[in-house]
Design a protein around this ligand. Structure first.
Ligand SMILES: NC(=O)c1ccc[n+]([C@@H]2O[C@H](COP(=O)([O-])OP(=O)(O)OC[C@H]3O[C@@H](n4cnc5c(N)ncnc54)[C@H](OP(=O)(O)O)[C@@H]3O)[C@@H](O)[C@H]2O)c1
Length: 292
């Protein structure tokens, strides 16, 4: 199968690139800005036609959650309109579109893990733009798989884990919010799940599914920070603070744990616990940090 990965230099795109050698049964095309802008119908259509693309994995997104509050135009252009461009091209080629979305489509008022059909009520521009991107895909693309994930991190790019490692080696103590509960997702695990779905999908079948995927378990950012310090052997003390003590331009849901029953059952996925995956990620990062 000829597969296009957009936004391929981001966290998730980079992890998909690392998996490529193990999946030579497919022909992969990894593209990012500036070569392939998902908001350009001409670029996307031209590339997909020229390369006989049969599936698109959209890892391209405007992911700056706080910046989106003051730059809604760009957030909607990439996350909603870009998704619509990909959906239109996928429809024209009868290709499968795999879209990655976010737990931030929810407002966090649930007291049990979110299911796929729980109502979306985003609290900010980023969540709203991702939700509208999902809706465009459902409206346009006859074959699509939307996977919502949460708290994504990788050895590539910027993320909370890497910030904690840096602060942990610079400071004696830090305060981290303990009133936002969710689950981290190692992008390498999500990438493997996506490839597994692509490997096992029925080529002639059309899909119109939304799934939730994160690592297993539930925690707060405070718990994650403590785990990073402990696994990383850092002495920095982590103290719990409330979100109101750490104001940010965008509001975040207080609870965004995702229920993964549907994706696990549909695709027989075995999902690692977040602590296990965090250890694996940090051990991969260590040699890079030792030899920059
Ligand atoms: N990060 C999280 O915590 C998180 C949580 C839940 C869901 N998600 C979702 O998971 C997916 C992957 O996230 P990620 O963390 O891997 O994102 P990321 O690291 O920010 O990577 C996104 C990539 O898309 C590129 N891009 C931006 N605008 C583009 C455009 N118009 N055309 C083509 N490429 C464009 C970016 O390039 P530039 O860097 O040059 O802008 C970047 O390389 C996204 O859909 C995101 O919404 C992320």
């Amino acid at each position: 199968m000829n597969i296009l990965v957009t936004g391929s230099r981001g966290q998730l795109g980079s992890e998909l690139q690392e998996l490529q050698p193990a999946h030579l049964g497919h022909t992969w095309f990894f593209m990012d800005l500036p070569e392939l802008d998902i908001t350009s119908p001409a670029q996307v259509e031209g590339f997909c036609r020229d390369h006989g693309i049969q599936a698109i994995v959209n890892c391209a997104a405007y992911t700056a959650v706080d910046r989106a509050e003051s730059d809604a135009e760009t957030a909607f252009r990439v996350n909603r309109d870009g998704a619509a461009v990909l959906a239109t091209v996928a429809k024209g080629l009868d290709a499968l579109l795999v879209q990655v979305s976010t737990d931030y489509v929810f407002d966090g008022s649930n007291s049990r893990p979110y299911r796929e059909d729980d109502p979306a009520r985003p609290l900010g521009v980023y969540g709203q733009s991702k939700w509208e991107g999902e809706e465009e895909i459902r409206r346009i693309a006859p074959s699509h798989i939307i996977i919502r994930t949460s708290w994504l991190y990788s050895i590539h790019g910027h993320n909370f884990m890497k910030t904690m490692l840096r602060l942990g080696s610079e400071k004696e103590s830090i305060g981290v919010v303990f009133d936002q509960a969710g689950t981290p997702t190692w992008a390498a695990d999500l990438a493997a799940a996506i490839v597994s779905i692509l490997d096992r999908r029925e080529p002639a079948q059309r899909y119109a599914e939304t799934y939730h995927y994160s690592n297993e378990g539930v925690c707060s950012w405070y718990d994650v920070a403590r785990a990073v310090m402990e696994i990383g052997g850092l002495q920095c003390r982590v103290t719990p603070i409330e979100s109101s003590d750490y104001p940010t331009p965008a509001r975040r849901p207080h609870f965004s744990v995702l229920n993964k029953k549907k994706i696990k059952e549909a695709w027989a996925l075995d999902i690692p616990h977040w602590e296990e995956s965090l250890k694996a990620m940090l051990s991969r990062l260590a040699p890079i940090a030792d030899h920059p």
